[in-house]
Design a protein around this ligand. Structure first.
Ligand code: PXP
Length: 238
């Protein structure tokens, strides 16, 4: 069965709205794990708009499942990851003006710098995942970069305007998963997944983990985080 990585960035977003100490993403991680999360994901952005360095350090000590650190492939972030040693790192593109991660990494164009970041992290025993669109050229480049995992960007699937387009995007995700496995890459997926659209993706053979943030935290505001995570686990199991 596909596992669930819960992205808790939005808990830190609420805290940072007041530059306060609560709600604490560390407490959120505990509740997410009690609800059945298989992993905890945080994105330490260059502008520190939500998750702070302190959160990553404390989560490293408290997370009982696995900690997935999302970050840009910059020298600063690689140095932090080498110090913190998360269970794995997901490299993502980052623009200061974006509301959330918009597209996948361009591994074709950035092969040399991304490859170097992958090499440094994996030499230190930290497996690396590359967040990419379900595109054959990006998949080949991810294999050339020698990443252990890819995370398929499901944003186009999630944003599809109608069922025909959604089916087309799902087929791209299925094809990309097959291609990735043939290239020796392990496969995760995420972005824009909700209680209503996740099932077809959760049923794609070969995907190991789904990373979901916004939809779970949005429900958690109303019903509590433990229950929101438990309900997402139920949906992806169906
Ligand atoms: N995967 C990656 C690489 C992301 O950057 C994000 C958003 O931070 C997610 C998954 C989760 O996306 P969402 O919040 O839309 O569930």
């Amino acid at each position: 069965m596909v596992s669930l990585g819960v992205n808790i960035d939005h808990v830190a977003t609420v805290r940072q709205a007041r530059r306060a100490v609560e709600p604490d993403p560390v407490a959120a991680a505990v509740l997410a794990e009690l609800g059945g999360a298989d992993g905890i994901t945080v994105h330490l952005r260059e502008d520190r708009r939500h998750i702070q360095d302190r959160d990553v350090h404390v989560l490293r000590e408290t997370v009982r499942t696995h900690l997935n650190l999302e970050m840009a492939a910059t020298a600063e972030m690689v140095a932090i990851a080498l110090q913190v040693k998360p269970d794995y790192v997901t490299l993502v593109p980052e623009k200061r003006t974006e509301v959330t991660t918009e597209g996948g990494l361009d591994v074709v164009v950035g092969l040399s710098s991304i490859g170097q970041a992958v090499e440094r992290l994996q030499a230190a025993g930290i497996p690396v995942s590359l967040f990419i669109d379900p595109n054959p050229e990006q998949l080949k480049a991810a294999a050339q970069a020698e990443a252990k995992f890819i995370e398929l960007h499901t944003g186009r699937y999630a944003d599809a305007p109608n069922e025909v387009e959604r089916a087309k995007e799902l087929a791209y995700l299925a094809g990309a998963t097959e291609q990735a496995l043939a290239l020796g890459l392990r496969v995760n997926a995420g972005h824009g997944l909700t209680y209503w659209n996740v099932s077809p993706v959760a049923r794609l053979a070969g995907i190991e983990e789904l990373n979901i943030g916004h939809s779970i935290i949005a429900r958690a505001v109303l019903v509590g985080l433990e229950r929101a995570v438990r309900e997402m686990k139920q949906v992806i199991r169906l």
